[in-house]
Design a binder for this molecule. Structure first.
Ligand code: SF4
Length: 420
């Protein structure tokens, strides 16, 4: 291995370049070490991700290289961008992973890469890292590999044998936008590996039911990332695409990455002075959650009359205010799936309500104890005590009132923090 100073420099460059891939979320923390302190979180590429069973794991998140033959306008590593370049060897990434793992810094690896020479040449190296870790070092930690569009089925197959999760980034919401901002890429090269993985994962699940020890095949599934705000597609467009990907390719997660304006501007990109507001990403994640776990359809949350998610209020509240005829919902009688639609009631509270009402009629007091966000939910429900719901309730007035309440609560909490 080259000397440590050079490795350290490469690590800084390649960890920094990897932070734009949100398909495993970075801590983004910048706490430096103090004279007598232990460790720091500065620029060394350690991020946190969640495993299938909800465990939070620390990952070494790096690129194999930020050299790239492609010129995707939104990407800091694009070939026309004048930045410092670096590349690890396969052996260096393996050694770093093992080293960090032994020191207890990380529990796994997230490895992505710019494309050098061609898709297969790059993918073969990514696979070699995972293979070496698994077979030569018997590494059992988590491995997430980003796949390279256009890589062969054979390499995808090998990647799935050694990695826990694979991601195939779709990047932009339409083929037209892809052509405009990432001219060397096309949807076919992106969808093909996604379909290949989906078939392989499904086949392996079926095999495992019959054969006791069928080898693993991307056991943590596949994910993708969509860049938002670099092109004009609406939230309706983005959510419809995400829904199709979940249904057709059985993705575990779609990640939404707000476009970050990069230093040297590219004429293909919109002139955006500030990054896409974080709240737009948050609203997309909330809406994504509602479609996957709360039985909402995309059309209920966004449609041609409301193509953008409301940035001021969450998507469930927004839907409730647009559909006052669905309320009030009787907490003691309504079907579980209807209870899930009440603003202020999450899956945990809905399950508790379903259990508790088997034994007694529930009142406001019971709901508060269960953990319902009462200040919000009370306008949409009836239960075994007084009602706060008024049939002639004006949705605009209620929206105004709830917004004022939440601003007041935020103001209070920031005042409190001044005294902590
Ligand atoms: S192929 Fe990947 S690394 Fe290369 S410019 Fe495009 S997004 Fe960036």
């Amino acid at each position: 291995m080259e000397n440590w100073d050079r490795i350290r420099e490469k690590l800084q460059i390649l960890a920094d370049a990897a932070k734009y891939d949100v398909s495993c979320s970075s801590s983004g923390s910048k706490r430096a070490n103090t004279e007598k302190g232990l460790g720091n979180t500065t620029g060394m590429g350690i991020c946190h991700s969640y495993t299938e069973d909800g465990r939070c794991v620390s990952l070494l998140k790096i690129l194999l290289t930020n050299y790239c033959i492609y010129d995707c306008a939104y990407c800091v590593s694009r070939k026309s961008n004048d930045i410092k370049r670096a590349g690890f060897t396969v052996e260096e990434v393996v050694a770093l992973t093992i080293n960090f793992y032994r020191r207890n810094y990380i529990e796994g690896l997230f490895l992505s890469s710019g494309i050098f020479k061609n898709a297969d040449y790059t993918m073969e190296r990514l696979v070699r890292v995972a293979k070496k870790l698994r077979t030569e070092h018997r590494f059992n930690g988590y491995i997430h590999l980003k796949t390279i569009p256009g890589a062969s089925d054979e390499l995808m197959n090998e990647a799935a044998l050694y990695a826990d999760r694979l991601s195939v980034n779709i990047e932009l919401p339409t083929e037209t936008s892809l052509k405009q901002l990432a001219p060397e890429k096309n949807y076919h090269d992106i969808m093909k590996p996604m379909a290949y993985l989906q078939q392989g994962i499904t086949a392996r699940v079926e095999e495992k039911q019959g054969v006791y020890k069928a080898p693993a095949f991307a056991p943590a599934g596949q994910s993708t990332q969509i860049v938002i705000g670099a092109t004009p597609e609406t939230d309706q467009h983005i959510m419809t695409l995400a829904d199709t990907l979940y249904k057709n390719f059985k993705l575990k997660r779609v990640y939404y990455s707000g476009y970050v304006p990069i230093t040297s501007s590219d004429h293909r990109l919109p002139v955006i002075g500030t990054p896409v507001p974080q709240i737009r990403e948050n609203r997309l994640y909330q809406a994504d959650w509602l479609t996957r776990f709360y039985s909402f359809s995309v059309e209920e949350l966004v449609d041609q009359h409301h193509p953008q998610l409301d940035l001021d209020i969450d998507p469930k509240l927004s839907w409730a205010l647009r559909n006052p005829h669905c309320f009030p919902i009787d907490i003691n009688k309504a079907d579980y799936h209807l209870i899930l639609r009440i603003p202020g009631i999450g899956v945990g509270s809905a399950l508790k309500i379903r259990e508790a009402r088997k034994f007694r009629k529930l009142s406001w007091e019971h709901l508060k104890k269960i953990g319902v966000a009462f200040n919000r939910a009370k306008y949409f429900i009836t239960c075994d005590s007084a009602t706060h719901f008024h049939r002639d309730m004006n949705p605009d007035a209620l929206r105004h009132q709830l917004l004022a309440q939440s601003k007041y609560a935020k103001g209070l909490s920031s005042q409190m923090s001044l005294f902590q």
